[in-house]
Write a protein that binds this ligand. Structure first.
Ligand code: BV8
Ligand code: ZN
Length: 261
């Protein structure tokens, strides 16, 4: 095996696996020029999480938080999925039972064609009214900016519009975390890709998978907070490593078939 950053064991395990769970974080979108959260120059560089990504900050200064998300939504919409997103979209077809559990809200996995996605922290392309829960599309011409208000309000009840993302201190959507943990418990291989693994309960996913007997590898440009608890730490960027890993698994399956006949 040429000098791949990942082990032959990881390829072999993926080649025979039927159930795979993948957890992704902001690092997967870094090569699409979407700033990560905690890397130098990341989203939190200007603001701290407690300043923006929580409901109290939103209620205290709705136009600041709405503006921050509007800017992030613009960046995400203008960005393109990268080779790592596309490799993961191709990956799901290789397994009977595959779950792409993402912390990312940028919609790039969806745009790359992944279908078996579990959105742990929501999706920045969706918004809703905090009072009547009416779904809101930013381009909605009925959007009202009441006189003297700098924040976007609901055309139906004048309530504040918020992004459909999970803020700190908020529960994750019950179906999302339940399905993610189910997938982790039954997986034979788990990949944790582009996440610092500091946010919970998302960071539990690889640990639950390992606890249940899965082989767990992370792909990151540097070891994450949980690297020492995993079976393998692959150092490399997801846009480079993932296409090579998917090809290696396909190749391993081809040779297994050849020798099986
Ligand atoms: C909750 C959405 C019940 C909004 C986000 C247990 C223990 C400790 C703390 C807690 C706990 N349970 C709850 C908490 C509190 C809190 C928490 O985890 N705090 C942390 C900071 C300590 N969790 C919560 O509040 C969660 N809610 O549990 O409810 C509850 C409530 C109150 C009290 C108890 C229980 C809700 C968490 C969700 C918060 N929302 N985002 C938005 O996007 O604005 S979190 C935010 O961080 C994003 O979703 C992001 O995805 C997530 C994780 O960050 P990463 O994706 O990992 O990104 P990061 O920049 O950190 O790392 C990037 C990585 O990529 C790096 O490792 C880098 O090396 C790597 N990388 C860079 N380039 C590349 C690369 N890798 C590969 N290739 C590259 N090219
Ligand atoms: Zn409303």
């Amino acid at each position: 095996m040429q000098n791949n950053p990942f082990s032959a064991e990881l390829v072999d395990r993926l080649a025979v696996a039927r159930r795979v769970v993948v957890l992704t974080g902001a690092g997967v979108s870094a090569e699409s020029n979407i700033p990560t959260f905690r890397d130098v120059g990341g989203l939190w560089a200007k603001f701290r999480p407690e300043e923006l990504a929580n409901v109290n900050a939103f209620l205290a200064n709705p136009s600041l938080v709405q503006g921050w998300y509007r800017e992030r939504k613009r960046i995400a919409t203008e960005a393109e999925p990268n080779a790592g997103h596309h490799a993961l979209a191709g990956f799901e077809a290789l397994f009977d039972d595959f779950a792409l559990v993402t912390q990312n809200v940028d919609n790039l996995h969806q745009r790359a064609g992944s279908r078996k996605i579990i959105e742990l922290h929501g999706n920045i392309t969706r918004s809703y009214c905090i009072d009547c829960k009416l779904k809101h599309d930013e381009d909605d011409s009925r959007t009202v900016l009441p006189e003297g208000h700098a924040s976007i309000c609901c055309p139906a009840c004048n309530g504040l519009i918020r992004p459909d993302v999970v803020w700190f201190g908020e529960m994750l959507p019950a179906h999302a975390i339940e399905n993610a943990l189910l997938a982790a418990r039954r997986a034979s291989v788990c990949l944790s890709i582009g996440t610092s693994a500091v946010v919970y309960p998302a960071a539990d996913i690889p640990l639950v998978a390992r606890e249940a007997g899965a082989y767990v590898a992370e792909i990151n440009i540097e070891p994450s907070a949980i690297a020492a608890m995993l079976d393998e730490s692959v150092i490399g960027s997801s846009g480079n490593v993932l296409p090579v890993l998917v090809d290696a698994v396909r190749e391993a399956r081809r040779s297994m078939k050849k020798y099986a006949t």
